[in-house]
Design a protein around this ligand. Structure first.
Ligand code: GTP
Ligand code: SPV
Ligand code: MN
Length: 671
């Protein structure tokens, strides 16, 4: 009998001769392509009963609700083995060994227990176009737009259509593979703010990554008891035997990829991709899409935000949360090294915040994750030394380049990499140099622009002492921001909460390589949540606004920042990174009530000389950095109005419309 609680458990399923053909992928898919996900691929009831018995023998140690979920999905996906993950070192070592044997990872020998995975180049980022949320009523998921308008605030799929889509993918999809059962906690185990998930996956890479990104293993099962959990099913969609050889030994099925969510059932089903947010289901799928819906139901917030503790030279401490879109600087700000003497910055989280008002009316935040899945390019000892220290051991790198002496390499490490090594790109091309060009003359990147490191948060030298506090940390300020090359100043403050919600709603940023968007285009990205809303954005705005009506709450101050304004020569006007301390210092002092802000058309901006520039090496044109061009803001208002009108025609709260009119009036009279 399998032991569910200790050591790696891999039990072979014995196929009995009589029903053998029923187990084959070919038969299962052929016979059941029209079935729903909730139908076993076994036509033969006897075979189904036998299979259930075989699987259930291994699941004896599991509580009944989980066992039922695993059995139901195993009956459909037909794995050869089921392995219940205990999260142990031994288990991890055997996974790493398997990944190496399968050619999915190679060691980076310069470091301790660091690994490099190269994916199929077709599976390198989140696929927003294939990400769906399913509710019986479309309007619960997305705002209804007029005919001919393409909705940009998520994709809805009808429940019966989703059943069909899943039913044509999952039956038999794990044949020849092991189904891993991953019990994981989002948030410190046992915290009242935490939630538990069970992910079933056929990817050992996903298991190893989930072990870094979440609290995973036996302790979670013990804590859960018969409690509720979010159901997370994931398959790379490549049953054995393979029909075609893999690329880079990376199983995936890009043509058939779907990342789907059923919020009413607290369920996620993801097929065809092994990468990042598509496959590490605790992250965007659970902690943002499903959790934002739970948060709406339960009266709290699940947001795409970093959490940072700041201590001033007098020893006073405040926490801030900041929402920037993907690849727009959250990890970097979360780990910042202050450049003003006497300041201390400590990291609570770099990507996701779950926040709830406590009984005293203070907003408290936890980081639901336990690791960083951070953008590699641009990370260096000069930009983010704390990340560099974090990733020296126990880290899985994906799609970075490799040096001949066993180091990682990516764009941004030019000065920190010895000259006498050769570089092999993420695509396995040897002898790359910065001058390497494609046949049509384009620069070749050594690392993919969305290459990532996956490292334990506990290894970061600047983790906040309270980063795992089950009560969360009190939030004093919420910051919004994005990549705004033009018109948007370094920092401004909202006049009040509702104005702050409006600022979040009208956020924009240049698209990045974090998703499949090709060109660098300016996109609306409200609250940095555009790809992650678990329900209708209009209702989400109502949810944010309603906190203003609760008299006992200490609402945080709201700010907007922009590290990415460019001058006419196309260069960043602000040095960024550690120098962002200067902006945080101003925000901190505003939260402490200092009289250092003045009104402008768009919000409160720093009074002259109130931003501390002492010791700043670079010459910065502060005048230009804070200049508010009238034409820019007039156009911005027109664009925001048209965005709301076309994208949220029925569900935009009147208050947001009112805030837009107020902005318009101020721009007319003050700029
Ligand atoms: P996700 O993990 O995708 O959510 O991204 P993120 O928001 O955590 O972004 P991250 O901090 O990883 O930064 C993405 C890119 O922006 C990296 O290449 C950074 O080097 C760059 N970046 C971050 N902060 C700054 C800054 O202050 N100024 C400039 N110019 N670039 C920055
Ligand atoms: C993002 O895209 O915002 C990420 C990376 O944090 S992923 O986990 O792939 O979503
Ligand atoms: Mn992110």
């Amino acid at each position: 009998m399998a032991e569910a609680t200790k050591g790696p458990v891999v039990v072979d399923i014995v196929h009995d001769g009589e029903d053998h053909t029923e187990y084959s992928t070919h038969h299962a898919v052929k016979a059941f392509s029209k079935c729903s996900l909730h139908t076993s691929p076994f036509a033969n009831q006897k075979a189904a009963a036998a299979a259930t018995k075989i699987y259930s023998t291994q699941l004896d140690g599991l509580q009944s609700s989980i066992r039922q979920y695993v059995l139901e999905k195993a009956d459909i996906c037909r794995p050869d083995n089921i392995h219940i993950c205990d999260g142990s070192e031994t288990e991890n070592a055997s996974l790493i060994e398997k990944l190496q044997k399968d050619g999915m990872i190679t060691p980076l020998k310069k470091y301790d227990n660091c690994w490099l995975a190269r994916t199929d180049p077709k599976d390198v980022a989140r696929v927003e176009s294939k990400t769906f949320i399913s509710t019986p009523d479309k309007r619960d998921t997305i705002p209804i737009v007029a005919d001919g308008v393409s909705g940009k605030l998520g994709n809805w799929i009808a429940p019966d259509v989703l059943e069909q889509e899943l039913g044509s993918r999952f039956p038999g999809c794990m044949t020849g593979r092991t189904m891993y059962v991953i019990p994981f906690s989002m948030g410190p185990i046992g915290s009242p703010l935490s939630k538990i998930g069970i992910q079933l996956t056929d990817s050992p890479y996903v298991v190893a990554s989930m072990r870094v990104m979440t609290r995973m293993g036996k302790e979670v099962l013990d804590t859960l008891g018969e409690g509720e959990f979010v159901k997370c099913l994931h398959s790379v969609g490549q049953p054995m035997p393979l029909k075609e050889p893999l690329t880079n030994n990376w199983p995936c099925n890009p043509e058939r990829t779907i990342v789907s969510h059923i919020p009413d059932r607290r369920e996620i089903c993801s097929f065809g991709s092994g990468y990042g947010g598509n496959s590490l289901l605790g992250k965007k799928c659970f902690a943002l899409r499903i959790a934002s819906r739970i948060a709406k139901d339960e009266g709290w917030l699940a947001e795409h935000m970093l959490i940072l503790g700041l201590t001033n030279p007098q020893g006073e401490k405040k926490y801030i949360a900041a929402a920037f879109p993907s690849a727009c600087g959250k990890t970097n700000l979360a780990m910042l090294n202050p450049t003003i003497p006497g300041w201390k910055a400590e990291c609570v989280g770099d990507d996701i915040a779950w926040m709830k008002f406590d009984s005293e009316g203070r907003l408290r935040a936890i980081n639901p994750e336990a690791g960083f899945f951070g953008v590699a390019p641009g990370t260096s000892n000069s930009t983010n030394p704390n990340a560099m220290a974090t990733i020296e051991s126990n880290t899985i790198f994906t799609n970075v380049a490799e040096t001949s002496d066993g180091r990682f390499y990516w764009e941004g490490l030019e000065k920190e990499t010895p000259d006498n090594v050769s570089i092999k790109t993420w695509l396995n091309e040897e002898n790359w140099t910065k001058d390497t060009k494609t046949s049509d003359g384009k620069k070749v990147l050594a690392a993919h622009a969305n290459s990532r490191f996956c490292a334990p948060a506990s290894q970061c030298p600047v983790m906040d002492p309270a980063w795992e506090d089950p009560a969360g940390v009190p939030i004093d300020a919420i910051i919004f921001g994005g990549r705004r090359p033009e018109g948007v100043p370094l920092v401004y403050e909202a006049f009040n909460w509702n104005h702050g919600v409006f600022i979040g709603a009208s956020m924009k940023s240049e698209s990045t390589a974090a998703a499949e968007h090709k060109a660098k285009v300016m996109m609306n990205d409200p609250f940095a949540m555009r790809p992650f809303f678990g329900y209708n954005f209009g209702h989400y705005l109502d949810h944010w606004l309603h906190f203003n009506d609760r008299p006992n709450l200490h609402l945080p101050k709201v700010f907007h920042v922009n590290w990415f304004r460019k001058n006419t020569a196309g260069q960043f006007m602000w040095p960024g990174f550690g120098e962002n301390t200067r902006v945080l210092d101003w925000i901190f002092r505003r939260c402490a009530g200092e009289d250092i802000a003045q009104e402008s058309a768009i919000g409160l901006v720093p009074k002259p000389n109130s931003i501390n520039l002492e010791g700043l090496q670079e010459k910065v044109d502060m005048q230009e950095l804070f200049h508010l061009p009238r034409e820019f803001w007039e156009k911005e208002i027109t664009d925001i109005r048209s965005y709301f009108k076309t994208q949220v025609p029925q569900d935009l709260p009147a208050e947001i419309e009112a805030q837009l009119s107020l902005l318009e009036e101020r721009v007319k009279t003050q700029l």
